[in-house]
Design a protein around this ligand. Structure first.
Ligand code: CP
Ligand code: NVA
Length: 317
């Protein structure tokens, strides 16, 4: 049996869609509490919430924010962190199912950054007792969306319903999870992409199915039309990890999707600028915008810690 874990079937966090809208809202409320309790250190009520538990980190792609915030967050909840080297995932070493069936004998949860989302599903199928957490896949980045929503809820005084956010750039993993979370919190989303880089049809359908408070998803090819009168503008790199061979072609096709001062000026006067980071200044965003008072990118980075701690408490207790 894995340490002190319950013997019931484990819960996973592979997608924002693994939460109901109510669970998402509750998780964000807990994240707010964890953020203010952090100053209490080991006297925080949750300092031993995961005492005696073990959480593995397995990253097949580079990471700064996700790796550091999970490492600190797990420790602040009283659990132990185990770094698992990515080379154990090579299929010529052993089947991924066997990796998972070993891990569930030792640890309670594994935080995985990988390529296809299907690899995460494969692991959950092989291991009923191991919680699997998506730390970014090619398709989704739900941990990022939790902190993005915490950041927006803070800015909007706890009332996200009825607001509008524009995502400008690639209809990628970050965009998908952002749209999922926005719809569930009643925030409408404008997504502006070049042709051929839209959100997957499946995500558009999901958005319609999960939206609350009349929120809607609207797709654009014109970034200016998408940015007009929104409360937040979000962008991400044009070339995600694993797509490096497409860099030159993408740079050309995405050029007019740069978030610059002229684009920000179309949004509401109090609109914030968001980016999951790492950012490529001079490509998807200008230095001027990311360094402007409207930029909340480091709040998003900080909130990764609090939001992920809240998600871990929800999943593992
Ligand atoms: N935003 C984000 O996931 O950052 P890292 O790739 O550094 O973890
Ligand atoms: N879309 C980016 C996000 C990095 C945090 C990528 O997948 O590389």
């Amino acid at each position: 049996m894995p340490s002190t874990a319950p013997s019931t079937v484990a819960r996973h966090f592979l997608s924002i869609l693994d939460f109901t809208p109510v669970e998402l809202r509750d998780t964000l409320d807990l994240a707010t509490k964890l953020k203010s309790d952090r100053r209490l250190g080991t006297k925080a009520p949750t300092a031993q919430a995961l005492g005696g538990r073990h959480v593995g980190l397995l990253f097949e792609k580079p990471s700064l924010r996700t790796r550091v915030t999970f490492t600190i967050g797990v420790r602040e909840l009283g659990a132990d962190i185990v770094a698992i080297p990515a080379d154990v995932m090579h299929a010529d070493r052993e089947p991924i199912d066997d990796v998972a069936r070993n891990l569930e004998r030792w640890i309670d949860a594994v935080v995985i950054r990988t390529f296809g989302q299907d690899r995460l599903h494969e692991i959950t199928k092989a291991t009923p007792r191991l919680s699997v957490i998506n730390a970014l896949s090619n398709e989704e980045h739900p941990c990022q969306a939790l902190s993005d929503m915490q950041t927006l809820v803070e800015r909007w005084n706890g009332k996200p319903e009825g607001r509008r956010i524009a995502f400008i750039g690639d209809g990628n993993n970050v965009c998908t999870s952002l749209v999922h979370a926005a719809m569930m919190l009643g925030v409408s989303a404008h997504v502006a992409t070049p042709k051929g880089y839209e959100l997957p049809d499946e995500v558009v359908d999901q958005a319609a199915g999960i939206s609350q408070h009349g929120a809607g998803l609207t797709e654009f090819t014109d970034p200016k039309a998408a940015a007009r009168d929104v409360d937040a503008i979000y962008t991400d790199v044009w070339t995600s990890m694993g797509q490096e061979v497409e860099y030159a072609e993408r740079s050309r096709k995405f050029m007019r999707y740069q978030v610059n001062a002229a684009l920000m000026a179309l949004a509401r006067p109090d609109a914030v600028f968001m980016h999951c980071l790492p950012a490529h200044r001079g490509e998807e965003v200008t230095d001027e915008v990311i360094e402007s008072p409207a930029s909340v990118v480091f709040d998003q980075a900080e909130n990764r810690l609090h939001a992920q701690k809240a998600m871990l408490v929800r999943l593992l207790t």
